[in-house]
Design a protein around this ligand. Structure first.
Ligand SMILES: Cc1cc2nc3c(=O)[nH]c(=O)nc-3n(C[C@H](O)[C@H](O)[C@H](O)COP(=O)(O)OP(=O)(O)OC[C@H]3O[C@@H](n4cnc5c(N)ncnc54)[C@H](O)[C@@H]3O)c2cc1C
Ligand code: FES
Length: 283
């Protein structure tokens, strides 16, 4: 109980005011993405759930929402995968090991981990969408016996854009995980599948009652993936989508991330499809 109180206090403090964090390791992943390992001041825990995000706060520059890509089973640090997209991410890409940054969060509703226990999981990740899904995938791998069948479908435009290459090599060798990867366009040294991620879905053996599909990728991907999941008869409440919106506060105050009646920062970024279906501008 005493620990819970400390944890709740730490969590509340970091929602509005950035906590000091240090980049303890940084690695170039692709031409546009970097991997950051962050430790909070005093090695404080972030206390996140898979699917949540933080606001990375750079003094005098601004803040950007970034998904936590490591599993909460990793203690004492967390990881981010950051695409160089604009003002903040460009400055972040220029920072080295030892640099100090601010962290607010964790924010949002992550994946409903308790609801997923005992279920079959079908992960569908496109491009940078693997960043938030990796947190849940590694959580599930670390607690493998708590979950049913696990299938991971991963896609990106071309082999040079593949993220977490070493790790997906390991996933592909796990005997209790079905892993398939595809690229839209091949390359001379690419021996894997070429084609859209949607083409992998019909080949997955699905027990409709048991299966939850967990999807994250570029906006265009959702439309086509949903058609294929509907063809498989997966119930709409068992399709979980992680969405991206322009965000500022992260705490439901500024309205930047509003999707109709929902605030993506607080009610999401993970939504089940039945909550989004028919909402204008949601998908
Ligand atoms: C919940 C969540 C999780 C995320 N997770 C990740 C992650 O794990 N990794 C990651 O790399 N990114 C992630 N993002 C995306 C990231 O937050 C954005 O790319 C963010 O804008 C980067 O900040 P920036 O200052 O570097 O870029 P910005 O300067 O904001 O520019 C980013 C891009 O958006 C365009 N843009 C800027 N302002 C506007 C505007 N008002 N309207 C439309 N377009 C505009 C710019 O032209 C540019 O192409 C996530 C976003 C959300 C909401
Ligand atoms: S980011 Fe401000 S309300 Fe969601």
């Amino acid at each position: 109980m005493a620990n819970d109180t400390v944890m709740e206090k730490e969590k509340k403090a970091s929602l509005y005011e950035p906590v000091a964090g240090k980049i303890v390791s940084v690695r170039q992943m692709t031409e546009t993405e970097k991997w950051f390992k962050i430790e909070l001041e005093g090695k404080k825990e972030l206390h996140h759930c898979p699917g949540q995000f933080v606001e990375v706060s750079l003094l005098g520059i601004g803040e950007a929402p970034i998904s936590i890509s490591s599993s909460p089973t990793q203690r004492g640090y967390f990881e981010l995968c950051v695409r160089k997209a604009g003002k903040i991410t460009t400055v972040l890409h220029g920072m080295n090991e030892g640099a100090e940054i601010g962290i607010r969060g964790p924010f949002g509703h992550g994946f409903p981990v308790d609801e997923l226990k005992g279920k079959d999981l079908l992960f569908i990740a496109g491009g940078l969408g693997i960043a938030p899904l990796r947190s849940l995938i590694n959580f599930v791998i670390d607690k493998r016996k708590d979950f049913g069948k696990v299938t991971i479908l991963l896609g990106c435009k071309e082999p040079s854009q593949l993220l977490y290459k070493d790790e997906i090599e390991k996933w592909s060798k796990l005997t209790d995980v079905a892993f398939r990867c595809t690229v839209d366009r091949g390359a001379p040294d690419w021996k894997g599948n070429v084609g859209l991620i949607t083409e992998l879905i019909p080949g997955v053996d699905i027990d409709v009652k048991q299966t939850y599909s967990i999807v994250c990728g570029p906006p265009i991907m959702y439309k086509f993936v949903l058609v294929k999941l509907m063809e498989k008869n997966i119930p709409e409440n068992q399709i979980l989508l992680s969405l991206e919106r322009r965000m500022k506060c992260g705490v439901g105050k500024c309205g930047h991330c509003q999707i109709n009646k929902h605030y993506c920062c607080q009610d999401g970024p993970v939504f089940s499809y039945d909550k989004l279906k028919g909402l204008e501008g949601a998908l």
